[in-house]
Ligand binder design. Sequence first.
Ligand SMILES: NC(=O)c1ccc[n+]([C@@H]2O[C@H](COP(=O)([O-])OP(=O)(O)OC[C@H]3O[C@@H](n4cnc5c(N)ncnc54)[C@H](O)[C@@H]3O)[C@@H](O)[C@H]2O)c1
Length: 333
Amino acid sequence: MTVKLGIIGAGNMGQTHARVLVADKRVQIVGIADLAREKADALAREVNARAFDSFDALLDAGVDAVYVATPNTKHAPAVLAALARNVNVFSEKPMATTFAEAKQIREAARQSKAIYQIGLNRRFSPAYKFVKEKIAEGFKPYLANAKQNDGDWLNPPWITNLELTGGFLQESSVHLLDMLRWLMGEVVAVNARAQSRVYNLPCDFAILMTFEGNRHAVFSSSAHASWAYPFETLEIVGEHACIRTEEMTRAFLSPGLASEMITRDFTQIPRAIQWGYQQENDAFITAIVEGRASACDFEEAYKSIELCEACYRSADNDGATVALPLRQRISNE
Ligand SMILES: NC(=O)c1ccc[n+]([C@@H]2O[C@H](COP(=O)([O-])OP(=O)(O)OC[C@H]3O[C@@H](n4cnc5c(N)ncnc54)[C@H](O)[C@@H]3O)[C@@H](O)[C@H]2O)c1
């Protein structure tokens, strides 16, 4: 089977995915759509596809799957249009910028015959997969300490525009919020504090997460930390054991008292693999070809947005405990 595929959004991530997908023999990139026609033209030329003026025109061209790589608030309309036509969707993160839209997409994905996969790429990166494997092999994740910082919020230019970005948690911190849930288990409560010191939106978060089994993570996330390495770290403490990651370049395991440390170093592997982009694309195309659900599907995507929403609700209420799953309705639902 050849998967006929279109991409909406020919910027940084649209290009990243296109360059991986063009090398996949199971895929034919049919078309590229972007509001900026010259960007669609340039990427279409590079991957031997057609440029389209609109997403509808791209869907009308008869694609089996689409990649949605537009700014955050533009994901939902494209995703919903594709799912309604049973076109398989790979959506860049975040799934949505509001909890209400996340619910809408989850419902549409449940009804659709199409596959939905979210671009939570860290789950596919070798550094975080190493941690997941150690937990599967018996490492007991009792306590986590994580940070995810951005150096600045200057690029791409739309990033501090709330109408396009939705908020810092959905834009950035969602990666590690999801990672902590993936590694530690289901989140049952959060307590969050937020500040808006540098940008015109809450851009510093201090979050306490409680997982099933009464285990905890402390997570901080800032939008203006400079790019001093490492800007993303995770440490999980087990039973006289500890696992640590530095971005997606290194992972360390201290397996026990008086034991040799195990070090994995991914610095030299290509970024598309180091960051999991190649593997997430392979997983999506394989799911389509084999007709099965994605491992990083709409339920997982929904929970990542639910977690962001819980943190915002807690931060809006002086760090009050917000229990998950969220039940109460909110004003924009
Ligand atoms: N998973 C990751 O590691 C990662 C990294 C960066 C960005 N992202 C996500 O990828 C998405 C795109 O980010 P980016 O860095 O590529 O941004 P970008 O600004 O480089 O590209 C976005 C493109 O979308 C186009 N566009 C805007 N509105 C559109 C519309 N309504 N219809 C068609 N095209 C439209 C723009 O012209 C631009 O070319 C964002 O949602 C972002 O959160 C994910």
